[in-house]
Write a protein that binds this ligand. Structure first.
Ligand code: FE2
Ligand code: FE2
Length: 348
């Protein structure tokens, strides 16, 4: 396995090289002088300031040659949405925030699927997850710019995720997503996978699974407007922070209702996925009679996915414990649905 390190300064090349040199064969080149064509490169690690216009255009010039490398890890200086979005837009398959230590980078490089040139068993999940993360990055960037989002591209990503989960199961999807992605994109990928598997488990018609999948893909799109410092804050939220976070269903709904190709059922799910049957949810305090089946399924999937997501500051909650929390939400979630969710939560 040869890892190609690409950096915008010699200091960054040296720093990343020192993390890997004892473990893997490496090659290092300054961005702008990189040539990947015709070379046997298994993975690329990019350490460059993605706010720099010269770096962006140099990475764009690498274009197709970069996309032929199966593993493309971008190291970003600061965990800002702009940097994450930019990294995925430039072809990253995963993004790590500096400072990155040797163990983290090696784990990312050496996990199954990157060492061999032949496609490994898990590669489909990882490719689908990377495509999904890129899709979320593009949608979030569009919202921040006030530009339309590519609804059909998002639905296509949903179909790939559905195919992947149908073929490989939910567990592989959860592992691939948690291994490579973090924050809101991780959450959206997990919710989508869980919701799809829930739909398949319930035996829904393909059109209904697709609708549930789309609702999951779009459900938290309003979070694009919320600062990462609040979204990713560990522990207690101040009242004003919580109020801001709770705007995301309406923000997402308001944005999507002006887009072509988003059905009323999906808009309803985006706006109401934090409503509870007992009326204690938000933003509209709906009661059971006003909460549609699609929304109920999405809410169960959303809560479960939020509980089991990977956070750097805490261990992953076991699926059994997360399911127990769902079962304890008496009156808020539909009990037969929670019961039906058991297989998704524990065995699939
Ligand atoms: Fe949400
Ligand atoms: Fe969510």
């Amino acid at each position: 396995m040869c890892v190609h390190i690409v950096g915008d300064t010699t200091a960054k090349l040296a720093a990343v090289g020192s993390l890997l040199a004892e473990k893997l064969p490496i090659a290092s080149e300054l961005l702008g002088k990189v040539c990947l064509r015709g070379r046997d490169v298994h993975a690329v690690v990019v350490a460059a300031d993605l706010r720099d216009i010269d770096n962006i255009s140099a990475l764009k010039n690498l274009g197709k040659d970069l996309s032929r490398v199966s593993k493309r890890i971008f190291l970003i200086e600061q965990r800002s949405r702009l940097s994450i979005v930019q990294a995925y837009a430039l072809g990253a398959t995963s993004v790590l925030t500096q400072p990155v230590n040797a163990a983290t980078l090696l784990a990312e490089l050496l996990e199954p699927g990157t060492v061999d040139s032949k496609p490994p068993a898990g590669s489909n999940s990882e490719q689908a997850a990377a495509a999904g993360a890129a899709c979320f990055a593009a949608m979030f960037a569009a919202i921040l710019r006030g530009a339309p989002i590519d609804i059909e591209a998002a639905k296509l990503v949903g179909r790939h995720i559905t195919e992947n989960i149908t073929e490989h199961g939910l567990s592989q999807w959860l592992a691939a997503v948690r291994r490579h992605h973090e924050g809101t994109f991780q959450h959206c990928l997990l919710v989508t996978g869980v919701a799809v598997d829930f739909g398949l488990c319930l035996g829904l018609a393909p059109a209904d699974v697709e609708r549930l999948c789309s609702a999951a893909i779009f459900h938290d799109i309003g979070k694009a407007k919320i600062p990462l410092a609040i979204l990713d804050k560990p522990g207690h939220l101040e009242t004003d922070e919580r109020i801001l976070i709770e705007t995301h269903p309406v923000v997402g709904y308001e944005f999507l209702k002006d887009q072509n190709g988003v059905s009323p059922e999906i808009l309803d799910a985006v706006r109401h996925h934090h409503e509870y049957l007992d009326g204690s949810g938000y933003p509209d305090g709906l009661g059971a009679a006003s909460i549609a089946d699609l929304v109920r399924m999405l809410t169960v999937s959303d809560i479960f996915a939020a509980l089991i997501e990977f956070r750097s500051y805490k261990p992953i909650m076991p699926r059994e414990q997360a399911y127990d929390i769902l079962r304890g939400m008496h009156g808020k979630l539909e009990a037969p649905l929670v019961k039906a969710f058991r297989d998704v939560a524990l065995t699939r």
